[in-house]
Write a protein that binds this ligand. Structure first.
Ligand code: B16
Ligand code: MG
Length: 217
């Protein structure tokens, strides 16, 4: 049985992690909450409301649930303006080629993004057809580092977790993959993603052979 491969979206398939950062930074500035690249790193892979609560807790003000809902909507509207004009060339280099190579070798491919905008972004990149299953972020109860989203995608692909390989750019995402008892490939810095079984600097460095070796180990 070929392994199934479960990709994160933001920061693995395309650079939307940067757009999330810009939108969170503007929101944090507007409520006087400190926010920098290090804070952003802690929020990668964390869903919208949990991220907002993390930022709001660092503001001097208290916010009601109704105010938090308005702030979340404001951040999302900003993020959606930033991704509105995304196009196929915004996929990271090598991503379509890797997806096609994996499909040719008989792997099933899933997407495990907690972003409610994930399907829109995949569509803009014209990559939707290359995925056998895309997690519905709205139906995921527990955000990464909980393994729920990776286990949900593995079940939908009909693959036991041990025969899946997960690919993530966030520390919380790597923890979610490991908690699902799958081998993890980290994309980014090994200082941040050191718990992954393998770390590469860029998605384009990943080959089907690396994935098969990890699945067999
Ligand atoms: P949305 P991933 C996550 O996506 C992002 O890493 C995180 O920064 C973002 O806040 C979260 O999705 C929610 O996104 O507001 O669009 O629903 O990394 O799991 O692909
Ligand atoms: Mg990510």
């Amino acid at each position: 049985m070929q392994p199934s491969v479960i990709f994160d979206l933001d920061g693995v398939i395309t650079d939307t992690a940067h757009y999330h950062y810009l939108a969170w930074k503007a929101l944090a500035d507007s409520i006087g909450a400190p926010f920098d690249a290090e804070a952003n790193e802690a929020l990668k892979g964390i869903d919208r409301m949990a991220s907002l609560r993390w930022i709001a807790a660092r503001s001097a003000r208290d916010f009601s649930e109704a105010e938090l809902a308005i702030l979340a909507e404001r951040k999302n509207a900003h993020y959606q303006r930033l991704i509105a004009d995304m196009a196929p060339e915004d996929a990271f280099p090598g991503v379509p080629e890797l997806l096609l190579a994996l499909r040719r070798k008989g792997c099933r491919i899933g997407l495990a993004s907690v972003s409610k905008n994930a399907a829109f972004v995949l569509d803009k990149l014209r990559l939707t057809e290359l995925f056998d299953y895309v997690a519905d972020a709205a139906s995921i109860v527990r955000t990464k580092p909980d393994p729920e989203i990776f286990l949900t995608v593995a079940a939908a692909l009909g693959t036991p977790p041990a025969a899946c390989v997960g690919i993530e750019d966030a520390a919380a995402g790597v923890e979610a993959i490991l908690a699902a008892r799958m081998p993890a490939i980290g994309v980014g810095s090994s200082e941040i993603l050191g718990r992954a079984n393998l770390v590469v600097a860029h998605t384009r460095e990943i080959t089907p052979e690396m994935i098969f070796a990890l699945a067999a180990s």
